[in-house]
Design a protein around this ligand. Structure first.
Ligand code: SF4
Ligand code: SF4
Length: 369
């Protein structure tokens, strides 16, 4: 099997032994009973003739029955990644003992500090993370900077650094107190994400109409074996217990929100690439580089309304209300029906100081809805 690795995200279960307040899954810690014969999954993957990275996610994957056996079977011919809260210590030790770190792309560990403190699991977490790192696994500890945690983030980062564990801030995505995040971090983002510009990539762009190879190079599998085109597009391609027919070529994206990983699979034009780059910089508070990228998008595609709007957002953050208003107006002239542009212009006209104008995430401006 040659060539680049494809990705399949396996949602193993929606159950979890944690009860994070902001989690959108039901808080269900009963035993996982819905399982799949791992041989059917490896047969499917091997049968494609490609190499795959299987992203094991949940809920909490470590509570899946025989989890380490599953990992062993999958890593014979393919690699895995795991999203985990790293709290099931006995299984973590078993995993560290039996799985080859070279067959594991990343272990994404979510810190969920308030829930971890509630279950008195901080010491166990440090021990588990250190064990895996010492064994040579690549452990990435994520800290979702929910607006309510902004105040303690820096102290938490220092505490874990003192135990040899680097934590990576991740932007909160969603609404809090009527503001949309991560855009609403505004200037505060610089202080949080300055050392982590890669976090700007965790944005749910609108790639509607953009050609994408998901359905072939990216898949999503449900607990019952159903295979979807991707996490955003629930088009059913089959079931690993029966047959799965992968898509051919690059088909246009039909969704207005790409929840994750789409960036590695879409085919962007040069102007779209600059636009994406600009948003990624803007979200982590790097106004200068964001401005440069949006400017280059406009050089390639003059009048691009999304780039105009986003330059307006940056102007607003700098306090240049006049330029912001001009940019929002220009974007709205190109797309009079666009809600973000009209709201930005309306609020800019009112001069509301507490207003955070919204970035435009619509990459394919020819197909903006
Ligand atoms: S650890 Fe993850 S899946 Fe479990 S409750 Fe927290 S956010 Fe939800
Ligand atoms: S752009 Fe995102 S949502 Fe659309 S098909 Fe590709 S991966 Fe799926």
């Amino acid at each position: 099997m040659n060539g680049p690795e494809n990705s399949i995200i396996w949602n193993m279960t929606r159950k979890c032994n944690f009860r994070c307040e902001y989690c959108y899954f039901p808080h269900d810690n009963t035993p996982v009973t819905e399982t799949l014969p791992v041989g059917r999954i490896t047969d499917f993957l091997d049968g494609t003739g490609d190499r795959w990275v299987v992203g094991l996610t949940g809920g909490e994957p470590f509570i899946y029955p025989g989890f380490v056996d599953v990992c062993e079977a999958l890593t014979e011919n393919h690699r895995i990644g795991v999203d985990t809260n790293l709290s099931v210590s006995s299984k973590v030790r078993d995993f560290a003992e039996r799985i080859d770190p070279a067959r594991v792309q990343d272990l994404y560990v979510a810190l969920h500090i308030e829930e971890r403190e509630r279950v008195k699991g901080v010491d166990a977490f440090i021990e588990n993370a250190r064990l895996l790192m010492d064994k040579g696994f690549r452990v990435i500890v994520n800290y979702v900077v929910h607006p309510t945690l902004e105040g303690r983030f820096h102290a938490d980062r220092e505490f874990f650094a003192g135990h040899g564990i680097a934590i990576t801030p991740r932007p909160f995505r969603g609404r809090f107190e009527d503001r949309r995040y991560p855009e609403a971090y505004g200037d505060r983002a610089q202080a949080i994400f300055a050392d982590h510009p890669e976090q700007g990539k965790k944005i749910a762009f609108n790639f509607y109409g953009v050609p994408c190879s998901a359905g072939r190079t990216l898949l999503r599998m449900e607990p019952d074996g159903t295979v979807f085109r991707c996490p955003g597009d629930k088009t059913v391609l089959g079931n690993v217990l029966d047959t799965v027919t992968l898509m051919n070529g690059d088909e246009p994206c039909t969704k207005k929100r790409c929840p994750c990983r789409g960036l590695d699979h879409v085919r962007l034009t040069p102007a779209q690439e600059r636009l994406v780059e600009g948003v990624q910089f803007a979200v982590v508070g790097d106004g200068e580089r964001a401005s440069e990228a949006f400017g280059r998008a406009l050089d390639i595609a003059p009048g691009h309304p999304c780039a105009e709007n986003n330059l307006g957002v940056l102007a607003w953050r700098r306090g240049d209300r006049e330029e912001a208003g001009r940019r929002f107006r220009s974007a709205l002239e190109k797309r009079p029906e666009h809600g973000t542009y009209s709201q930005n212009l309306a609020h800019a006209g009112e001069g509301a100081e507490s207003f955070d104008p919204a970035l435009c995430l619509d990459v394919n401006f020819e197909n903006q809805k």
